[in-house]
Design a protein. Structure first.
Length: 439
């Protein structure tokens, strides 16, 4: 196998490790599960990343989703520059916040009011606080394999029983902090019913269910329409707030995220990633009745020094403007995603390697797995060694995939059929190398 020269990245990583914990500011960036040294990025142009050694990669991560128009989009940069020349932050209201809120509300059914924060983590944390205040109940339900940021009460693994309160999945999270979090199985409505029963028996009931309607954090695993509808009904019956976490799927799977696929609406919706166009932005929104409980009108406290930051708002606004001007974009991105995943599946088949693939709009996922993946347990049966080899091989050939099988991949508008074709040709070489090695 040929190897890229990555001496600069190796040096940069070593230097970073001297002053930054683990050398990175978000753990998956360290490439621990695939091995090797993460390329240190010098710049991004369209579909490409260029690292500190001058290697060029086709980028299927796109900053983990935000960059639907690729790197260094001219219009978005212009809008950002225009705003930042007038000041970086005021800690006072600006009309840009109203403008971005209006755009989101116009596209999403069931959202009356919005509030902006600086990350997806803050958005889900605040939405849960609101739901608890609104229902005057304490317990929450999340699904195994869904990720909603790193706030304490969401860092839980499923317990051992059928419907149990979770265990902390991180050191530093006291059992007491997660004793109100129940963990259900994705796409399994019976498990949700059991959690509700358990909560109503042992406590004062469930305040909210939080779900990624299109999960992108255990690989790409969508809900079934039937499951999501049943979940909505169940929440109605038990006075439970349904929180749709669309931090990743919002404006990524479709302009109106999961609503396009399911027609099922949450009481609260959380956003991030694309609505910030590459800047740090999160948001949560929902029906008036719930949102009116937020301080300063209501008694639910929530705040942020840089919330609704003007530069970040203008990056988001520019992104949404471009998306609206280009109504065919999701169809185009989806057909590229299908070309990629179907191509990969054909290649895998040729070498008798089991591969499951999935596409939702501009999001794609693949698992080296014998069986269809409908939940976290299915996903966990995937071959991680095979993925690590595939990832390393692709990186050597100039293709930058998420350094874990349990992440979603992203197509950006700077990609085209020829580019995907060239990726498939390289993927075929990598799989050939892997299968020779296996024999
Ligand atoms: C990325 C993500 C988050 C967390 O957002 P951060 O901005 O990283 O805090 C929450 N929920 C989902 C579904 C996400 O994909």
């Amino acid at each position: 196998m040929e190897f890229l020269n990555n001496l600069n990245s190796i040096n940069d990583f070593n230097e970073a490790k001297q002053v930054i914990a683990g050398g990175v500011n978000s753990p998956v960036r360290a490439f621990k599960s695939v091995g090797g040294t993460p390329p240190f990025i010098r710049e991004g142009r369209g579909a490409y990343l260029i690292d500190e050694d001058g290697n060029k990669y086709i980028d299927f991560v796109q900053s983990w989703g935000p960059l639907i128009f690729g790197h260094s989009d001219e219009y978005i940069q212009e809008m950002v520059l225009h705003t930042l020349k007038k000041g970086l932050s005021f800690g006072a209201p600006t009309t840009l916040e109203t403008a971005l809120a209006k755009e989101i509300i116009a596209l999403y059914e069931g959202i009356d009011k919005i509030r902006f924060v600086s990350s997806g983590t803050e958005a889900t944390m605040s939405a849960i606080r609101l739901a608890r205040a609104y229902t005057k109940k304490d317990d929450i339900i999340k699904f195994e394999g869904c990720y909603h940021g790193h706030s304490d009460s969401l860092l839980v693994n499923a317990g051992s029983g059928l419907a149990t309160f979770g265990n902390p999945s991180s050191l530093g999270v006291p059992q007491d902090f997660v004793k109100h979090t129940l963990v259900a199985h994705y796409n399994d409505i019976t498990s949700v019913e059991l959690c509700i029963k358990e909560s109503e028996k042992s406590g004062n009931g469930v305040a909210c269910v939080i779900i990624e309607p299109i999960a992108g954090n255990m690989g790409l695993v969508p809900t079934t329409k039937e499951f999501l509808k049943d979940l909505r009904d169940l929440c109605n019956q038990h006075n439970i707030v349904l929180i749709m976490d669309e931090v990743m799927s919002g404006f990524r799977a479709a302009l109106n995220g999961s609503q396009n696929f399911y027609g099922v609406y949450g009481d609260l919706v959380t956003f991030g990633k694309v609505i910030g166009g590459g800047m740090p932005v999160g948001a949560f929104g929902g029906i008036e009745e719930i949102m009116s409980l937020l301080s300063p009108n209501g008694a639910v406290y929530q705040a942020g020094t840089l919330s609704g930051n003007p530069v970040a708002m203008s990056a988001g606004l520019a992104t949404l403007e471009k998306l609206k001007q280009n109504p065919k974009i999701y169809q185009n991105l989806e057909s590229l995603a299908l070309q990629l995943t179907e191509g990969l599946q054909n290649i895998a088949q040729e070498f008798s390697i089991p591969l499951q693939v999935c596409v939702r709009g501009s999001m794609f996922g693949f698992f080296f797995n014998e069986n269809p993946v409908n939940n976290f347990k299915d996903a966990q049966k995937s071959d991680t060694e095979m993925f690590a080899k595939f990832h390393q091989g692709m990186l050597q050939k100039g293709i930058y995939l998420a350094p874990s099988q349990f992440e979603s991949g992203f197509i950006c508008s700077c990609m085209d059929e020829d580019l995907i074709q060239s990726v498939l040709e390289r993927a075929r070489e990598v799989i050939l190398e892997i299968s020779n090695y296996e024999r």
